[in-house]
Write a protein that binds this ligand. Sequence first.
Ligand SMILES: [Zn+2]
Length: 366
Amino acid sequence: MRKSIFNFLLLLPLFMLNACGQTNNKANKTSKPIAMENVISKPENPYYSNTDTAKLNVSEAEWKKVLSPDLYAVARQADTERAFTGTMWNSEAKGTYYCAACGLKLFRSDQKFTSSCGWPSFFEQENKNSITFKDDNSYGMQRIEALCGRCNSHLGHLFDDGPEPTGKRYCMNAISLDFVPDATVAKGNLESIVLGGGCYWCVEAVYEKLEGVDKVVSGFAGGTVANPSYEEVCTGRTGAAEVVQITYDKTKTNLDEIFQVFFTVHDPTTLNRQGADVGTQYRSVIFYANEEQKKAAESIIAELNNANVYGSKIVTTLEPFKAFYKAKDYHQNYYENNKDQPYCQMVIQPKIEKFEKVFKDRLKKK
Ligand SMILES: [Zn+2]
């Protein structure tokens, strides 16, 4: 595939069209009313980080501002949520559990067990600094309180009636934990990558037509809020981007071609914007899941910049992949299901036509 990169570079400027959304506005994008009951207002939390482990010293007044009231009550006032709240207590999903207040890594799923107590329970912590302890003599009981090692938020309690090999039971409040499922990058010949190039309807519609692509799912990645809704992402405050998760057969296409298509069908030079779609949720971004994806992305960006293909510098960000959250069903295959919508005709259709010209030999056979 590498040999064809020069053809691709030569063709690209000829087919640079106006960016997504130029002739329209997003109001046309939603044809059906959106259920608002799932919209939870999560305040911005500047102290949240999955990578920073430096201890935090934040005032209670400040925590109150940045945490949701329910999380504040548990994390900062040692409240206890009701047992059997939500589904985390008996979840066996593979992944990592982070402090919901500050993002510190606390547990891995292989340190978890399902306890009949109805709270998420673990027999061991991620590392010796991730959780600290304090005697708790409240309610006439002698218990050991478990606190986040970074932000000192209340997580739950530690008991001595857990399973082997430790005999410990970390009894946690589910609201104090953020769960991020493990990324599945490769399976047999299938590999996947997560890309954001503005409105996900556009990007999804194009990749659905590329030979070798097995599946394209629209959703969200990045940011600080687990499983954000479309409405939350649209506020631009979650840090999440509209993305597609592309699963492809590496014997029929490859990362280079996936990236070539990506850089053909969106404008990677406009910061946090595609045409009329403006906001960090529309940023041009590659979520790399391993070093190979990161290197391949760096390499094509350098080639395009060196050849000055766009006339200005590429602003696509490379961000480590943490989690992908699928968007609701009516966002999937949106173009196929809504071809008569003005947004599809004016914004998505031209992108597909451009893609079909540049990659005419690489279209799926009908
Ligand atoms: Zn914390």
